[in-house]
Design a protein. Sequence first.
Length: 199
Amino acid sequence: MITTIIFDLSEVLIAGLIGIEKQLAQLVNLPEDEFLESLWTESFWLLMKGKISEDEYLLDVFEKNKWAADISVFKNVIRKNFHHKVEGMTELIERLNKDYQLILLSDHSAEWVKYIDSIHPFLKLFNKKYFSFQSGKIKRERQVFELLLNENKLSPAKCLFIDDSEANIMAAREAGLNVICFKNANQLKRELEAYKLFM
């Protein structure tokens, strides 16, 4: 029986970096898909693990790609993107909060989380929040899930993990958790119904 539901944040509850390409790609003369690919550098994961700051990450991306744009513009667009909620998910979280322990588990930087917390009150519905910049570990690492389970004295069989990343889903499954790979709110409702968690 599922007692705890663990949610990813970006692209599941709110927009992450996906979407910033619509405004920023043209500033550096790149197709949108190539622009996004240029963001997933080694320094991105250092940022997620709390090893470097947002400024250090962006400077590294700019230097590697020889971009001449204004970094402050990038920072502003990133933050504006965080305002977008994934359709239908706030209402779903409000309903699940009544019957299940909700945990947020996200690969995110300190600067971005501070901003996101200030603009999204619905995140207070989560009983606990865990971020990669605090632990120095990301969700592709099975150990993240084992640490969370041990700290909260949870059985993996009683936990459901929801994320849009196949790599993260695989790590959670290896740790013994039930999993749903997120596509959209309607798909998630159907799968929750299959688990008999959402009637």
